[in-house]
Design a protein around this ligand. Sequence first.
Ligand code: DQA
Length: 145
Amino acid sequence: MSGKVLVLHGPNLNLLGTREPDIYGHETLADIDNGLREHALLAGWELSSRQSNHEGELIDAIHAARVDGTVAIIINPAAFTHTSVAILDALNAFDGSVIEVHLSNVHKRESFRHHSYVSLRADGVIAGLGSQGYHAALEALIKKG
Ligand code: DQA
């Protein structure tokens, strides 16, 4: 079985590697995306990724995924996790699988990070495993087929 997966990264994740490395690690976003693309390719899957600091651009990418054959979205909405009904609504209009990933364990951090709008839609949520969380999400999708 093979499929097309979209990985979406929200605001400030373009700074990975230099942004609070004690919390988010030393890998850059390019390191993470390259590793994920290789992982997908080995399984015969197609993976594309997109980062944006703008809520509307993430919503537009979700809309595009509704009609371009994408079977699953792995999303780290970053701070929009805790604020964006609009991203939740867009994901509700997407028919495939949705997995929410956070590099840090948001439940161990400030209380405003404990609530996620996106979790109301996500089929699975992974937090606190660093970049391995994205790979765990991808592997779950591949195994599910
Ligand atoms: C994050 C956690 C969010 O609370 C934060 O705003 C981020 C990154 C994470 O990956 O741990 O930007 O989504």
